[in-house]
Design a protein around this ligand. Sequence first.
Ligand code: FES
Length: 287
Amino acid sequence: MKTYEIIHREQIAERVKVFIVYAPLITKHCRPGQFLIVMVHENGERIPLTIADFDQERGVVEIVFQEVGKSTVQLGAMEAGECLHAMVGPLGHASEITGWKGVVAVGGGIGVAPVFPIARGCKQNGARVTSIIGARTSELLIYEKKMRAISDELIVCTDDGSYGRQAMVTEPLRELLETEEEIDLCVAIGPAIMMKSVAETTRPFGVKTVVSLNSIMIDGTGMCGGCRVSVGGETYFACVDGPEFDGHEVDFELLMARQGMYRDQEKDAADEPSHPCRIGLHPRKPA
Ligand code: FES
């Protein structure tokens, strides 16, 4: 096997793919909550992706991504047997997975994948883990089997009721908080609006709530400043200070405004095959 070879490729939901990549040096140091930077080709964009799973014995790491822009579409077009141009990591601070009694792991959409190793780590360290996973519809639900295998209890929600309970993830979360006494941590990963709602649900109960903000990163190394977040009134970089932060302290309004910031440039990049820039600025026109 070659380093960064894609040894397994699978479509697990609409526009969502999972790659298992041979990367023994990276895998050796992986811990739950960390992320990787992936490049498809030499001039490609750096794509930050949270680690969805890893197997240190086999030297493989699992990444899950949604084809939402030019670079992730290029990534999704790669086949098993091909090699990624580069993979850097593990980056970011690892999750705190020891010392908890009761953990609720909440994953929304593609966020279920990065929540998985954190929930598993908490379980392996003695916590009772209740997982709540949600998606808009049953076809978009991922990692159900994996989450069920490592959870004491799994609650599945869909917005349209096509599978599991028709509810937002915050509904069963509130019920758990009202009835279970031993919950001391909630980990939530998913769309910003979901993480915000989860944080608002846990706030009155005083349960520590951790959210992961990898989705706003660009270069992932602390150099571009694109991942600035306001947490407790202070500015942090999600890539070097996170990706996890206290959900009760994150300024989600600012986060959501910043997430939409490069939408036009992303569209330009998708429409313009010769776009020379990697951070979303307009291409330079020849003089
Ligand atoms: S992603 Fe560029 S500074 Fe964090």
